[in-house]
Design a protein around this ligand. Structure first.
Ligand code: PMP
Length: 351
């Protein structure tokens, strides 16, 4: 009875389940199956625990410098948050008005956007994806809105939007902000970060959770023109001055500067992705052309829910949504070769 209308009425985001009743091959939250960089682990071990007495740097200066170096931008063009979810959340009050034309995104995309919009009372404009699950760029262009959220590669479809299409879209919408959610971009290699130098309406959001194997650390960032970054700082300082703890700042910086390890692990995931996609297709299941670290697999005969339960009984966790156009599919994270073999074994039984 003490709940606000918002607290009683909003439908919160539901993250992938974290079951503990037995040991699972966990392929349901798109984590990286490999450990973080040895340099990140070293930074963690060498962290001076006594400094935990002090608040961390609220501007994340050193971490932003490391990110800037890796991304080829300046530290002033970088903002850091507690996971890219927090960065994306802050984008809503930073760039959208409750009485504005709305935040526009696809119907099948990251399901946190409508929750953030409700939380900040920002109107939304939802544009259906095409029959083949790709973004309908024409329909998006025609939508009257304050700006866009485009996930690239998209989740849960895994499809990628080529950089030239991103550029023409950003160019054609100079009065609207375009927020590219590139959580999975490192598995595709078509990042829009270099375009942020040329387009004042482009903000790119990335994460340490996937390609850097640091989902447990909660670290994400945005790259864009300094004015956009300043807006995010303004919002952060209305909510939490210190969202990124000192440990995360140190580990994140060490991790992003280890380019060799990063490149090596990306290659391993991408190689396994292509192999797994081939194997699953050979079993007769439709798999979309993934540019990410997960596959979007159709279970035409049984439906997605049956497949999800079948796999769970055999110790493999995947993600299922009981929603239109998603319910005959599951989203399956690419694991290690050993994990993928266990998945394939179970799928062979399902055929
Ligand atoms: N964007 C997309 C498309 C995602 O799938 C996720 C992971 N659930 C995130 C952002 C958030 O990732 P994180 O908060 O771990 O950086």
């Amino acid at each position: 009875m003490f709940y606000s209308k918002l607290a009683s009425e909003i439908s919160p985001y539901t993250a992938g389940e974290q079951l503990n009743d037995k040991k699972y091959v966990k392929l349901n939250t798109n984590e990286n199956p490999y450990p973080p960089s040895p340099k990140a682990i070293e930074a963690l071990k060498n962290y001076d625990a006594e400094t935990l007495r002090l608040y961390p740097d609220p501007s994340c200066r050193k971490l932003r410098e490391a990110i800037a170096q890796a991304e080829g931008v300046t530290a002033e063009e970088v903002f850091c948050g507690n996971g890219s979810d927090e960065v994306l959340a802050l984008c809503f009050p930073a760039f959208f008005d409750p009485d504005g034309a709305g935040a526009c995104f696809a119907d099948i995309t990251y399901s946190f956007y409508p929750v953030f919009a409700d939380f900040f009372r920002i109107p939304t404009k939802i544009v259906p994806v095409k029959e083949d699950y790709s973004f309908d760029m024409q329909a998006l262009r025609k939508t009257n809105c304050q700006g866009y959220f485009l996930t690239n590669p998209n989740a849960p479809t895994s499809l990628g939007l080529p950089l030239d299409e991103v550029e023409s879209f950003v160019k054609d919408n100079p009065d609207k902000i375009v927020i590219m959610d590139e959580a999975y971009m490192d598995f595709y290699g078509q990042s829009a970060v270099p375009l942020t130098k040329r387009y004042a309406n482009l903000l790119v959001v990335k994460t340490f959770s996937k390609s850097y194997s640091l989902a447990g650390m909660r670290l994400g960032y945005a790259v864009g023109e300094q004015k956009l970054i300043d807006a995010l700082f303004r919002m952060k300082d209305c909510f939490n001055s210190y969202p990124v703890d000192g440990l995360a700042q140190a580990v994140g910086a060490a991790s992003i500067l280890d380019r060799a390890y990063f490149a090596e692990r990306i290659e391993m995931v991408v190689k396994e992705r292509e192999r797994l996609k081939r194997e699953i297709s050979l079993l007769g299941f439709d798999v979309l052309d993934s540019k990410s670290n997960f596959l979007f697999v159709q279970f035409a005969k049984t439906g997605g829910e049956y497949a999800y339960r079948f796999l769970r009984e055999r110790g493999v966790l995947v993600r299922f949504w009981n929603k239109p156009r998603l319910s005959d599919r599951c989203r399956i994270t690419v694991g290690t070769r050993e994990q993928n073999e266990i998945l394939l074994e179970a799928l062979r039984e399902l055929v």
